[in-house]
Design a protein around this ligand. Sequence first.
Ligand SMILES: Cc1ncc(C[n+]2csc(CCOP(=O)(O)OP(=O)(O)O)c2C)c(N)n1
Ligand code: SF4
Length: 344
Amino acid sequence: MAAPALTRKDFASAQEVRWCPGCGDYSILAQVQKVLPDLGIPKENIVFISGIGCSSRFPYYMETYGFHSIHGRAPTLASGLKASRPELSIWVITGDGDGLSIGGNHLLHVMRRNIDLTIVLFNNQIYGLTKGQYSPTSEFGKKTKTSPLGNIDFPIRPLSVALAAEASFVARSVDADVKHMQQVLERAARHKGTSFVEVYQNCVIFNDGAFDGFATKEQRPEHTVQLVHGKPLVFGAKRDKGIRLNGFTPEVVTLGNGITESDLLVHNEALHDPTLGMLLDRMTHPDFPVPVGVFRAVERPTYEDMMTDQIQRAVERRGAGELGQLFREGDVWEVKAKDANRVP
Ligand SMILES: Cc1ncc(C[n+]2csc(CCOP(=O)(O)OP(=O)(O)O)c2C)c(N)n1
Ligand code: SF4
């Protein structure tokens, strides 16, 4: 008998959700819970792994397996788990501080290896859990508890980092646009290889309104541009603006007076060369609309497939091997008690 289809409720745990009322984390949680039933994966094959931060409380709220691990190390645990249990669907939940500060190094290596994980980075441009210190994505000049005279660090662009590390699926969404987030998350989860999704997430307590200039329902049409594979970059409430390339430099143009859609940059998420994605990521609000959607979706061999294949070929050639034997062979010697005390 076929198992009954799962619903969103099946993925909600009995834990009391401990985020501040109005936090953008609720929306991300709800969209993930909504998307999971459509993927048709049994609950016992799904794992959420997080680091430390408000966002990293996520696994408690999912009725799946999960680890709330240590600061910045979710990609590390997830890598090990995926290598040993490739059949699992593994999600990494991280924040801009957790993923890009203490965990930056770990994030880089998981992406370059193309381990089949879905990484969701909640970007609120602040440290929420530790009460409002600036993070690697906080804007230049931002006054926070740890930058009272203004932040003099230049912010990291998370998607450019992901593209440079060759993550095979790279996308962005915003907490307030639930339909868009669902589509992006579903595509990310179905992608084989490392999927990296940045979600702009409002921290109502320590960085409220950070994305209001473009992320609210009212601002979105004029201040975001949806990336659609094969389509020109058109935006605006009247769909009368677009992005044109002037050499390697993008520029905003108004359609009409001789400028048509055929003059605009056409999005191509399937390019292996990450240059176009980076160019899009450099379009910064308010000079440009913020690009949302899938920047890159390409196929690359995954680490776990290559590892399994390599092990299989080695076993075929040399036999299954035995760990005890491995320890005893090669340049080995025995330290005897009397040798250990010997004065040279
Ligand atoms: C080794 C270590 N260093 C520092 C901390 C303190 N710490 C906890 S969460 C955090 C940053 C959280 O920020 P972010 O990842 O942006 O998550 P948010 O709370 O905003 O969701 C820091 C620095 C820690 N828990 N462990
Ligand atoms: S401090 Fe900010 S990020 Fe943390 S739960 Fe509250 S609103 Fe959300």
